[in-house]
Design a protein around this ligand. Sequence first.
Ligand code: 1AE
Length: 405
Amino acid sequence: MSGYCTATYRCFDDKADFAKKAQAIAVGLTVGSWTDLPEAQKANMEKHLGVVKSVEVHEADAAGERYADIQIAYPDINFSRDIPALLVTIFGKLSMDGRIKLLDVDFSDGFLSAFPGPKFGLPGIRELLGVHDRPLLMSIFKSVVGHDLSALREQFYQQALGGVDLIKDDEILFENPLTPIEKRVEACMEAARQASEQTGQKLLYAVNLTGPTSGLADQARKAIRAGANSLLFNVLAYGFDALHELSSNPDISVPIAAHPAMAGAFYPSPHYGISAPLLLGKLMRIAGADLSLFPSPYGSVVMPKAENMAVKAALLDPSLPVRPSMPVPSAGIHPGIVPLIWQDFGLDVVVNAGGGIHGHPLGTAAGGQAFRQAIEAVMAGESLHERAERHPELKQAIELWGVKQ
Ligand code: 1AE
C-alpha cells in the first residue's frame, strides 16, 4: 500500500474479538475516534485513518495459547520521517496495552527515502579491510575498566597479533580519566601499526562512543581526528535516532558497529516487546549500522536459531534499498563454535569473541590465531580436530572448549 507503513503484531487473548481489536488499534493510533465523527469530518480524516490489512486468528498454538497476527497500515502523513515518530505511532501506547508484540514493519518507499542506511555496510567493511574471501574475525577488549593506557595498548597489540580484522572496545568502557577516547585511539592505532608489520593485515578499531547525546557527534569527530577508523555505539540505550544522526553525518566517515546492549529488555518475550529481526536487523540497518551485533544460537547468551536466522536475513535482505549490514553473532563464542557459524552464516559474517580469545591457554594472540585456524579449516572442508593436529593454538582451544555440534 503506497504511502503507508504496515506494522505486523502478534496479539494474545483467550477470548477477544481480534477483528474488533484490530479496528480499535487502527483507529485509536491514528484519528482517535471514527464512529462519533460527523460525515464531513470523516471525509477530512479518511487520509489519516489506519487500515486493517489482515487478521489471522490461531485458536490455540502448541503452548495452548490463542493469538492473532494482525497487520495494520498507517498513513505516512501522520508521522515525520524518523524512527521515533514511527515507533510511537505504531507501538507507543499500544506496547503497554495487553499481551502484544511488534513483529515487523513494512516501510513505505517515502519513509525509507529519509534513510541512507549504512555508509559502508558489508561491502564497505570488506573493502576497507581488503578481505573478500573469508568470514571476518573480531576481538573484544576484556577487562578494561580501571586499566591505564599502557595496559590497554598491550591488550590491543596482543589481539592484533592474533590476526583479527577488527577489535572493539568493551561496551562498558566509557569516557574516563585513565583512557580518554582520543588518547585511547592514538595508543591503539599505534599498536595496530606495529602489529601490522608482523601480520601484514589491516585492522579496524571500533572505539566506544559514549557520553551525553548532545555531545556524540563532537566525540566522534574528536576520535576520528585522533585516528579512529571505526566506532562502537550502544544504540538501544540512546535510541535509533541517535544512530541515524551519526550515520548520516558527513563528518563521521568511519563504519559504526551497533552493540545490542539492552536488547533483552525488548525482544525475548513471545508476548511483549519488539521482535529481534526488527530490532537488531531491520531497524539497525535503516538507522545506519554497518555491523550489527546480536546473540548467537550457540554461545553463552542464546537466541533461538530461527529468530537468529531471521535477524541475519533482515540485515542482508536485498529488497531493502540500503547497503546490507554485516551480521555479528556474538557472546560466548570460541573456536569450537566456528563450524556452526560457517554452516548457518556462510562467508558474510564476523566471528566475534572476547573470552574465547583472551581465555586461550597460550594467551591472547594465540586465541586469535586459533580462530583463524578454525576459519581456515571450515573453509577447506576439514574438521577442527584434523587441522588441530598441525596447529597447537587450535588444538589447545578445542581441548579447553570442545567442538560444538
Ligand atoms: C552480544 C554482545 C557480545 C559482547 O559484546 C561481548 O562483550 C561478548 O563477550 P564474550 O565473547 O562473551 O566474552
